[in-house]
Ligand binder design. Sequence first.
Ligand code: SAM
Length: 239
Amino acid sequence: MNDSIHEFQKNLAQLNITLSDKQIDQFITYYELLIEWNSFMNLTAITDFDQVIQKHFLDSLSLVKAYDLSKECKMIDIGTGAGFPGIPLKIAFPHLDITLLDSLNKRINFLNEVKNKLALANLDTLHGRAEDFAKPGKLREKYDLCVSRAVANLSTLSELCLPYVKVGGKFISYKSEKIKEESIEAKHAIQILGGEVEGQIEFTFTKEQLYRNLFIIKKINPTPKKYPRKAGLPGREPL
Ligand code: SAM
């Protein structure tokens, strides 16, 4: 475990992130809870400590390449699952105000346990569909930043995520090599939902040279009231 932690810190230094002993302990406790709960529910296929550090923790934290996380920020993680990227971001940047949203209640129960065990303040967990909480009067246009990893193609995801972002805020999607095709297909959706592509940051990281593309969309106009459409439609019939 010590070697993995040492490697973790080396990789964090490349991201200009320094963690205290308390924060390292929080990551270890998070890992232990993930493995414990994963034995009776489906949270992650990756269970080796070193792999979790690389593929979940460091990948989540790589957001620093695309967004200045040193300032106050109200952020929502759509389809957070076992807490990625939201929990690693909350541990490393405790001043962030983060909402974790997922449609599977079992995962929300897990996240509540993580929140309590790690004593994480300013962290909300929400059980429900992204389509439903984005309705006017709920969480619509309340966030500076919306993030999402491994939930849907960019077109579907834009409809799920952009409604949460304030005009002037950003939606950043953790994407794979498929981003080229996805971004072409999502062009129309992004525009009608009030977004504009700001850019993308592409890199490989850790000794395994894992690929990541952080695709950045700026919200330039309010999202028209009819979006998101009713639950399920953004996935079945992307705009
Ligand atoms: N973001 C996590 C990660 O990168 O490990 C989890 C990815 S998992 C493949 C996708 C998650 O998105 C699942 O936990 C699922 O329940 C959630 N999800 C899918 N569609 C959703 C929706 N419309 N609203 C809320 N959550 C959704």
